[in-house]
Design a protein around this ligand. Sequence first.
Ligand code: NDP
Ligand code: 8X3
Length: 252
Amino acid sequence: MRKRALVTGATSGIGEATAIKLADLGYNLIITGRRRERLTTLQKKLELKGVSITTLAFDIRKKQEVEDAWNQLSAEELKIDILVNNAGLASGLDPIHNGKLDDWEAMIDTNLKGLLYISRLVSPGMVERRSGHIINVSSIAGVEVYANGNVYCASKHAVQALTKGMRIDLLPYSIKVSSISPGMVDTEFSTVRFHGDKKKADDVYKDLTPLYANDVAEAIEFIITRPPHVNVNDMLLMPTNQASATCTHRKN
Ligand code: NDP
Ligand code: 8X3
């Protein structure tokens, strides 16, 4: 029987690439995000690979929406082997004294509370079955702090702490918990961070070769294909042109 994975934030970037990778590996999938049409388009594309795809459109910040979506799943669909907690964003890049409360709430509610809502729903089934693997998409921002990254970095540091906490709590049930911490990945991330300012977003990746979403999906493939006795606790994955959160090598 095919295994099933749930990928949050599959409507673009790392989540979409991971969903494609998991479908190629033969996983049935539950894919989530707010943009319903994108989920449907991806569903049609992935079903051609012969796997079963369930789409759930909800705003992960809204506890009731998450629970209502979860309650739509069949008993079969509730058996989730792999959870990829990927949905997340940076909103704004301002010093702490100028930060926008709406940006801060969006990041904390999505990156932290959203991840918790989903994990709270999925993990009891894993505990019951004594198996499963949770992969939290963290960031170099969960390892380092950079100027004006304050709340985004705090949210990803919290993801790192939660990953460690989950690993300890789920240890008796043979459930693996991993995080992956990428540096710059060219997705919609920077366009979202700069509230749609494409020029500012493009400048982030200017004159260097960033990671692409598929690079992260391939790393997630590595993490989930280790033998049962091996767990990757955290994988820090950087572009060759980036040595740390703030140290990049640009061609010009
Ligand atoms: P994208 O903006 O391309 O993708 C973000 C995904 O998260 C989308 O599918 C989006 O779906 C979903 N999402 C965001 N907010 C919500 C919400 N409120 N409810 C439901 N889904 C939501 O960015 P990335 O692929 O780059 O980001 C994926 C993860 O990777 C994030 O956690 C990010 O912090 C992390 N990351 C990114 C890096 C980068 O440089 N790009 C580097 C390190 C980590 P929709 O809008 O349809 O709701
Ligand atoms: C995204 C990468 O460097 O903008 O998490 O924090 S960075």
